[in-house]
Design a protein around this ligand. Sequence first.
Ligand SMILES: [Zn+2]
Length: 458
Amino acid sequence: MSQPAAAASTAFHIGQALLPGGWARDVRLAVAGGMITQVQADCPARAGDERIAIALPGIPNLHSHAFQRGMAGLAEVNGQSADSFWTWREVMYRFLARLTPQDMLAIAAMAYVEMLETGFTRVGEFHYLHHDPDGAPYANPAEMAVALAAAAGETGIALTLLPVFYAHAGFGGQAPGAGQRRFITTPDGFARLREAAGRALGDLPDAVLGLAPHSLRAVTPDHLATLGAMAGEGPVHIHIAEQTREVEDCLAWSGQRPVEWLLDHAPVDARWCLVHATHMTEAETRALAATGAVAGLCPITEANLGDGLFPAQAFIAAGGRWGVGSDSNVLIDAAEELRWLEYGQRLAARGRNLFAAGPGGHTGAALLDGALAGGAQALGGQAALAVGAPADFVTLAADHPALACRQGAALADGWLFAAGRMGVDGVWRRGRRLVTAGRHHARGAVEARYRKALARLI
Ligand SMILES: [Zn+2]
């Protein structure tokens, strides 16, 4: 399987485009070597330009566990005891027990095809499934990362790989359980694994290597200090306060809540992304916003797992940065993540247009601006139609009824709230078209291989 052979055009003429300063008309993008070299608004088309009606930057997906796409929908059966995040996790551990690197490639490629089809052009892969089914490292300790890099290479999505350090089952260094043996490393083993993962990224265009302490449940304070030093200037991601039980356990262990503890004990700054900062007090919310770190929000998964609601209004009022992720990949859809981010807040606050920036502000536009800026920051990439950025963009279906007669920011509202994924027409990476009429060029082959892998696993 190889990437589509479509030659990169050297210039695009776009009727309406979302630029860093807002929506503009008659935008001409020049592209060389996959990168944007010139952006001109109010510019007539020239002969040979590729004509596009509506374009916006590709959306960064800041948090994914790609393999979990293979179990999507399998945990929607009422279990023996009260179902929760923790019973879902048992289903997930059973699903991954036999998964091979070939399965990882098959499932991740399927997930990445779906991400691209809905408008995500970069994925942050929070990668903890490292070892073989017995918990022994593969001959190449980064064998699973090799599979993820191959899936990104085949599908064309930009990859920020976040190898995960995972050592314990709970706060205070509790011994890991059998279901966690494929994740566990020592700090030295992790350093070797991460180095090998860096090599696996090889010449994957625009790849970024970060790292991720799994959670305060899974690492000790000493580990956290070691990992912070290892990260250098790269992104650092951590699961932080997804579940109320996690908050209670952290209080019992340290006398502090997870976000409170982390901000007191780690140099949290703009390199950091706190995933599922769901349960915060008002003081934690303001303190996190002040660090410049990104809050990683995964509205579909957080709803699916019954996590709770992130205090978005207070966080944004305090200047907090945020982005979205598809996390468990139970459903992959960029527009739906953003729509549910707003809808969750509406249901809780019994209000409307809660993300909009003041009177006259468009909610869809504010959601896009937040997800583009926060997602790019969290993943160490760029998400803008600007000189020096990769030519990664989404084109909307101008003939979709929900976009009829819309202009500028109203197009963002129309896409996110009224059209959804049917509103996506094309997706381009480095100036190459990967998705046409909502379908990835490699979907047929990727889907056939995915079905074979699933037939063996389920
Ligand atoms: Zn996660």
